[in-house]
Design a protein around this ligand. Structure first.
Ligand code: C5P
Length: 283
């Protein structure tokens, strides 16, 4: 089975302090985009994957799902799979690449293994794998809260973006540790974004982008600031960082503008992509 694993942008990422489990409480508007890894998953005797990273979230997802399947009428021996991943999403870039691969693995193996779990069940399994996985299991725009496990489907008009990946790998742990948390009763920046999305006003949408991890990430890696400046100079309506970085995105009026800016930035040696938002019914 072939399946696309779509990257995400965090249009907002509000950080509200440390919970008793050591994770930060978050509020984030998460939007899937048209940049994807391609997974090829087939049933096999054992579990294997060709993901070239030490922290292989596909295998972790498959093992976690297998332990649930093995609790049913299926035996672990019948729950094998071969997972191949063609990587296109830059790793360690705040675009949720590893988490998207894990989410796609859960969706595909649920079908291949005949587990018949709902998306909600799969999102719960995903929460054991990584904070971004439940949001990406859903497949459309969502409001993500808690540590990441609370996911509410949202609507979003088609938006066009240029992405730039400055090529530095950011330690998520380090960036969270350097972040100043908002007071719990702070007014919601994400609510302002949702209002702007409902209105479909690009200037207001761009003005509502916020990422509490951007300041600390830029202090740790000045290359991120350079990428932000390059998108602003190119004329993006609003620019922000995704997740804990290092990728940054700029909102632009249409696909043609996105293509032109991405081509220009690429010609200047930057890693840039023209992408657009996906809704749950566009893929
Ligand atoms: O869950 P995930 O593996 O994606 O998280 C990576 C790291 O990011 C965690 O070990 C933690 O330091 C930080 N994190 C956090 N609060 C969150 C999500 C992640 O502090 N809600």
């Amino acid at each position: 089975m072939r399946i696309e694993a779509y990257a995400k942008l965090n249009l907002t990422l509000e950080v509200f302090g440390v919970r008793t489990d050591g994770y930060h409480a978050l509020r984030s508007f998460v939007l899937p985009i048209s940049l994807s890894d391609q997974l090829e998953i087939s049933i096999a005797q054992a579990l294997s994957s060709d993901v070239p990273y030490p922290d292989d979230l596909c295998l972790k997802a498959a093992r976690t799902l297998r332990s649930i399947g093995a609790g049913t009428f299926l035996t672990p021996q019948t729950l094998g799979a071969n997972i191949r991943v063609e990587k296109r999403i830059p790793a360690g870039g705040g675009l949720g690449g590893g988490s998207a691969d894990a989410a796609a693995t859960l969706v595909a193996l649920n079908e291949l293994w005949g587990l018949m779990l709902s998306r909600k069940d799969l999102a719960e399994v995903g929460a054991q794998i990584g904070s971004d996985v439940p949001a990406l299991v859903h497949g459309g725009p969502v409001l993500m809260e808690g540590r990441g496990e609370k996911v509410t489907p949202k609507r979003c008009p088609r938006l066009d973006f240029v992405l730039v990946n400055p090529g530095v790998s950011v330690s998520t742990k380090e960036v969270y540790a350097a972040c100043t948390a908002r007071p719990l009763d702070a007014s919601s920046a994400t609510a302002a974004l949702e209002a702007a999305l409902a209105e479909g006003n690009l200037e207001k949408i761009a003005a509502a982008f916020v990422n509490d991890l951007q300041g600390p990430a830029c202090r740790l890696h000045p290359e991120i600031t350079d990428a932000i400046v390059s998108l602003r100079t190119a004329g993006a309506l609003g620019v922000s960082m995704s997740g804990s970085g290092s990728s940054v995105f700029g909102l632009v009026p249409d696909a043609q503008t996105a293509q032109a800016i991405a081509a220009d930035l690429k010609a200047r040696g930057l890693r840039a992509w023209a992408v657009h938002s996906l809704s749950s019914d566009t893929h």
